[in-house]
Design a protein around this ligand. Sequence first.
Ligand SMILES: Cc1cc2nc3c(=O)[nH]c(=O)nc-3n(C[C@H](O)[C@H](O)[C@H](O)COP(=O)(O)OP(=O)(O)OC[C@H]3O[C@@H](n4cnc5c(N)ncnc54)[C@H](O)[C@@H]3O)c2cc1C
Length: 421
Amino acid sequence: MSQHADIAIIGAGAAGLAASIFAAQTNPSLHIVLLDSAKTIGAKILVSGGGRCNVTNQKVTASDFHGDRKLIDRILRRFDEQATIQWFDALGVPLHTETTGKLFPTSNKARTVLDALLNRCKALSISLRTQHHIQSITRQKEHFLIQSLNGVLTAKQVILATGGRSLPKTGSDGSGWVLAQNFGHTIAPTYPALVPLLLADSFFHANLSGISHDVMLTTRVNNQIADRRTGSLLWTHFGISGPVVLDVSRFWIREAEQRTTVQLHLNCFPQTTYKEVEQWLIQAGQGPGNTTVQTLLAERLPSRVATQLAAFLEPALALTPANLLQKNIRSKLIHTLTDLSLPVLGSRGWNFAEVTAGGVPLQEINPFTMESKKVPGIYLTGEMLDCDGRIGGFNFQWAWSTGYLAGYHAAQRTREKQFQT
Ligand SMILES: Cc1cc2nc3c(=O)[nH]c(=O)nc-3n(C[C@H](O)[C@H](O)[C@H](O)COP(=O)(O)OP(=O)(O)OC[C@H]3O[C@@H](n4cnc5c(N)ncnc54)[C@H](O)[C@@H]3O)c2cc1C
């Protein structure tokens, strides 16, 4: 590979594909080369959203992300969820909105999304080169030299879209950060996010594997509430997963990596106050008959969860008649139901993480163009940046928005240079 490109894009994931398409659309006369280390493109898109690809959300705001929200807002505004919907429609991929607010292709197949992006690249004559792992990029006068085992490519401008480290078998191995560091960029500490959590073997989670229900999770750092959110929790053989767990995972992992005292507390009665639960148990206890504690709890919880929670407090409690509950046991039970400290051991790690927290700080990027403030002509996009979204299509929206800005502005800049020469 010894050739020249007007714009080289490193990484053909969501952000890189978007950047290439918008660059080519902005200036069709450009020679655009899209390089990726993977043998086949789009593995992450294909597995996303359970194989359906949650492309965006009906409402995307900076508060759906972690990072510098002022800068995130500036970036999102320039290519928002409405622009994404229209863009996909123009690509021949109409989207539909589900009750959760998530948008999926109407085909409900991630393959439709990937094929549309690749077909558009082809139609725009973008040169897509697989199995090109970029080892270094250096600046030489007016050009960048892009080095891989396949040889050297020179380019007037370079868009970095190498992702983070989530699901590394798809090619996102973190090597892009080294490329950015060589241009003077710093990297905010990185850790897996949107990832299931492991619980101690001694806990009862394995007995509930496959059951999901709504809960509230509170992350306490040094005994102060750092995050609190409600949603669906899924019990698994290794611990806990489901949307609310994925969303809180970043808080627990970040603190644990900094060796801060961090605890995760489970409330199985998210819409109910302590007093209301107490009132309910007292009234139920006054009723006739010999309803057991587990039967009573099963009125409001999946029955296996009810049994495990009661038995966790005291093995015999599940089968104890509710009207025999002593006051001190009742208050311990309410505590177990509404504020149970979960024995989190860690996360399932990068192989199961949907996204990377941390990365290149947004303050090092021009938020209007995604151009590096360190080296003009270098643009940074997508998951390699210090911004991660919650579950719900927000991370793809980040990839499309940043890809759009980088592609459009890199192409504009090249056009300006063409007119100048
Ligand atoms: C299982 C799973 C499900 C997900 N589901 C959703 C979802 O439904 N909705 C949502 O919004 N988000 C989802 N995400 C997150 C979303 O997929 C990512 O945030 C998004 O794909 C990031 O895009 P990116 O282009 O920045 O990075 P990536 O998609 O990681 O792409 C980076 C590319 O760069 C290439 N690369 C890396 N280093 C080099 C190098 N040195 N040289 C050449 N090429 C290189 C890699 O091979 C890779 O193809 C999911 C993630 C996972 C893992």
